[in-house]
Write a protein that binds this ligand. Structure first.
Ligand SMILES: CC(=O)SCCNC(=O)CCNC(=O)[C@H](O)C(C)(C)COP(=O)(O)OP(=O)(O)OC[C@H]1O[C@@H](n2cnc3c(N)ncnc32)[C@H](O)[C@@H]1OP(=O)(O)O
Ligand SMILES: O=C(O)CCC(=O)C(=O)O
Length: 383
């Protein structure tokens, strides 16, 4: 077991993905599922959004889950009051920390931002709450200013700092350097919040952890603002297999929770999506399938069962003899060399026409047709 913690924000940043709106029942189901698989902390939503959201959050609070529950807030006392009214014991307070954000939202008045942060931290701490502080746009913030803000937040009573790569502009090397600087300067732990605008959210989250961050914000399927966030399933499996960190999360249910969130969000995942995509353990190419038939590790980084999947071998345009023979043998069919080649040629043609691999029934039909035509040709040549 490693001390790295997952703070999943599917119910907050995940739901902020344009067009996503979970019902209360869906929120409850997602929270329960995250808890059941062992996620350590759940960012349950934004109480300041109003009564309906507060009721949904209060219902989740009353479920008495094992996971810690956190509410997201602006640096406003009214936001914290809304969190308190939901029964939350942990609040996240976000402030913009880059010049561009402070100019757009607070006319460049950084002192006002700090004042609001101080007041809201004090308000929360006075009520005995755990306070996490988020630096919105940390990655574009001037580094000395960022450090000053976080040191001040720490002094005022914050128990954690969230480093946000809000528009996903870092690479893992820059992330490592920035987070290392913070981790070595702070007494409180750092949390990673990374976005996927350049496809680097998971890589950057891992770089932050390597640099000493204690926790990471994830979302199921990488759902979230614009190109999304670091995906729960990717972070958990990468930490497990690349760094050998066992977070105590039941990875065998990652596919199930992916499907739950896909259905609730209305956004499925592409077949090539890392960890949970339909094709992650599906092999069609001849050379790959030949290898997998000898030893699955030739083309699989871990066993499919580990994430709740099964291996599939499908016959299509790129398949070869070994795969074809293996699939047909399962149906009691053994072809000679000539028949095998003729079936493979026909599979290629039909796959191009259908623009996909063939179903088992289509393959069997095609074998029958090819055997029949070869037999007819043999009879004709005998005559
Ligand atoms: C990077 C992130 O993901 S941050 C999280 C973003 N998430 C969301 O916006 C989703 C939920 N948001 C909402 O439901 C609404 O925006 C609400 C309820 C929070 C606020 O709604 P409204 O009062 O209508 O304000 P609106 O959204 O138009 O503008 C944001 C206001 O918050 C202020 N604000 C923005 N960030 C902060 C902050 N960190 N601390 C304090 N105030 C902030 C803005 O300056 C603006 O204030 P103003 O109304 O005094 O001009
Ligand atoms: O939690 C915060 O402080 C902001 C989080 C966020 O969604 C972001 O910066 O992208």
């Amino acid at each position: 077991m490693n001390k790295t913690l997952i703070n999943d924000t599917t119910l907050r940043d995940g739901e902020q993905a344009a067009g996503v709106a979970f019902s209360v029942e869906e929120k409850i189901a997602i929270a329960k599922f995250l808890d059941a698989i062992g996620v350590h902390e759940i960012e349950v939503g934004i109480p300041a959004m109003g009564k309906a959201e507060q009721q949904a959050i209060a219902t989740i609070v009353n479920l008495d889950l094992q996971a810690q529950l956190l509410g997201w807030n602006r640096a406003l006392i009214s936001d914290i009051q809304a969190s308190v009214s939901c029964g939350l014991q942990r609040v996240h307070i976000s402030v913009p920390v880059s010049a561009i954000q402070i100019a757009a939202k607070f006319q460049g008045q950084w002192q006002v931002v700090l004042q609001k942060l101080r007041e809201s931290i004090s308000f929360a701490v006075d009520r005995g709450l755990f306070v996490s502080v988020g630096g919105e746009d940390s990655s574009r913030a001037e580094e000395n200013f960022l450090l000053d803000v976080v040191l001040a937040a720490q002094e005022w009573g914050a128990s954690r700092f969230r480093f946000c790569d809000t528009v996903g502009i870092l690479d893992p090397f820059a992330t490592y350097a920035k987070v290392k600087h913070l981790v070595t300067s702070l007494a409180i732990p750092v949390e990673m919040h990374t976005h996927n605008d350049f496809g680097l959210a998971t890589a950057n989250a891992l770089a932050g952890i390597k640099a000493g961050a204690l926790s990471v914000n994830t979302t199921v399927n990488g759902l979230g603002e614009r190109a999304g966030n670091a995906a729960l399933e990717e972070v958990v499996m990468a930490l497990k297999h690349l760094y050998h960190y066992d977070l105590g999360i039941d990875t065998r249910r990652l596919l199930e929770i992916s499907q739950l969130v896909a259905s609730a969000s209305g956004y499925g995942v592409p077949p090539w999506k890392a960890i949970v995509g339909e094709n992650t353990f599906t092999h069609e190419s001849g050379i790959h399938a030949h290898g997998v038939l000898q030893n699955p590790h030739t083309y699989e980084p871990y066993a499919p069962e580990e994430v709740g999947r099964e291996r599939r071998l499908v016959v299509g345009k790129h398949s070869g003899r070994h795969l074809l023979s293996s699939v047909l043998q399962q149906h009691g069919i053994i072809l000679n060399n000539e028949e095998t080649q003729s079936v493979l040629d026909a599979v290629r043609q039909e796959s191009v026409e259908k623009k996909r691999s063939l179903t088992p029934q289509e393959l069997l039909d095609l074998v029958r047709v090819q055997q029949h035509s070869l037999a007819t040709m043999a009879i004709k040549s005998d005559c």
